[in-house]
Design a protein around this ligand. Structure first.
Ligand code: ZN
Length: 446
């Protein structure tokens, strides 16, 4: 078995791994590196194309797969979950792998479908929608090789571990996850199956390194739910506006927000294209329990007319909207620049059910936005949130369950990857023998 660490091994983003078993090659994930993509969106001189994305490092540099002569052997592409840093690169690279069948869970595949439409590309590949906790043969690949999708908790629905079972042993892909024993939507992680997989033997595992150095728990979604309850309690006053913003793909969180918003007796409206996209995908796959309780406004005209009503009847609505990272053209950004029919006033409330993704652009954008709002006298409640990535406890539990012979950290800075190497040392792994710090493009023969 050979593993080509294509992208996401030196940063958070552009995740992509290739595995070669015999004459078959399989790819897992193909995501965006968001800082690169944002740079591209703000620079009109470089086109928003595969070439442009390559130039800014916004997608995995999969040209390494040509270099090692694996490209014609790619039989399938497996997607772990719907986050952009795992799937959004695929519409721009998939034409390089015309014979590969794409596998993913229903929500992931629906989000991919919507990204493909956004990118205006035609995909001719076979698409296979699979359920969590299921195992599949792969068209065109050796019959002895199967792929399994094991349910896990994370910060978007339908997230999975991807496991490749081969005659040479099993390969385990653990990007991204948090072991949450008290999720508020859907089942907990499939520990029973993870234990079985571990007992049957795992040759190698790629494991997410974010928060490997953090000892205390990152909290359950149940904790986020309790935090939201308190935040809403604090924010509900009769005639003030009440806004909430969170990650659009975090359907479980949105469900909790709607639950608490409804208790205020106000009408709940969702504003913005990104929220509309993910809510509609969740609805399509039957996993949007709050859909009938909300009004969803996607287009600018609709958004403006509802914001006018909110402006005139501030106490009648809870507005759930985009903009928690201060993103340009998000609803909060446009409101703060006076580009809508709504104006924040002293005493209004804004709940950030999010944390700042710590890039320079986000930190600065949020600083500017929050300064403006504070000057007006808007009550800001920040970090009403728990992370979707587990801390050190989650890493240890995975190592104990899956017991991989070889451990490869990914999805973090070098420092964070070193933290996971330290955790692995406690279990007897030896750097360079059974654990590896790898660079993008590196090939490991195991
Ligand atoms: Zn993720």
């Amino acid at each position: 078995m050979e593993i080509c660490c294509v992208g996401g091994f030196e940063e958070v983003g552009k995740n992509m791994t290739a595995i070669k078993v015999g004459e078959d090659v399989f790819l897992i994930d193909c995501g965006f590196y968001l800082p690169g993509v944002i740079e591209l969106q703000e620079n009109n001189e470089i086109g928003y194309t595969t070439r442009g994305l390559r130039r800014v490092g916004g997608i995995p540099d999969d040209r390494v797969i040509d270099k090692i002569k694996w490209r014609d052997k790619v039989k399938a592409i497996f997607l772990s979950h719907a986050h952009l840093d795992h799937v959004a690169g695929l519409p721009f690279l998939i034409d390089r792998y015309p014979n590969a069948t794409v596998f993913g869970t229903p929500f992931t595949m629906k989000v991919l479908d919507s990204l493909v439409k956004d990118a205006h590309v035609n995909i001719k590949n076979q698409m296979k929608v699979v359920q969590s906790n299921s195992t599949h043969s792969i068209p065109g690949a050796s019959n002895d090789i199967k792929v399994e999708f094991v349910h896990t908790t994370h910060s978007t629905i339908d997230s999975t571990f991807v496991v490749l079972h081969t005659p040479e042993g099993s390969f385990f892909y653990a990007l991204d996850y948090k072991f949450d024993d008290t999720p508020t939507m859907g089942p907990g992680p499939n520990y029973t199956r993870l234990k079985e997989i571990g007992e049957n033997g795992v040759k190698a595992a790629i494991i997410n390194t974010l928060y490997s150095g953090k000892l205390e728990s990152n909290g359950s979604e149940k904790d986020a739910d309790d935090m939201l309850e308190r935040a809403f309690h604090e924010a509900d006053s009769n005639d003030s506006a009440l806004f909430v913003t969170t990650f659009s793909s975090h359907i479980e969180r949105l469900n909790n927000i709607v639950k608490h918003a409804q208790k205020t007796g106000r009408e709940v409206v969702f504003l913005g294209r990104s929220l509309a996209k993910y809510v509609e995908c969740a609805q399509y796959v039957g996993k949007c329990p709050f859909r009938k309780q909300i009004k969803l406004m996607r287009y600018r005209g609709q958004v403006n007319s509802i914001l006018k009503r909110v402006n005139e009847n501030r106490g009648k609505y809870v507005v759930v909207c985009t903009g928690h990272q201060g993103e340009q053209n998000s609803i909060l950004d446009r409101i703060s620049k006076g580009q809508t029919n709504f104006t924040f006033k002293h005493g209004d409330h804004l709940i950030y059910s999010s944390s700042i993704i710590p890039t320079e652009v986000n930190i600065e954008a949020r600083r500017v936005l929050d300064d403006k709002l504070k000057k007006i006298g808007v009550n800001l409640q920040v970090n009403v949130h728990v992370h979707g990535h587990g801390s050190q406890t989650s890493k240890k539990k995975l190592i104990e369950l899956v017991k991989p012979k070889i451990l490869i950290p990914a999805h973090g800075t070098r420092e964070q990857e070193e933290d996971l190497i330290c955790v692995a040392n406690e279990y007897g792994y030896k750097l360079g023998e059974t654990s590896y710090l790898v660079n993008n493009g590196q090939v490991l023969k195991i």
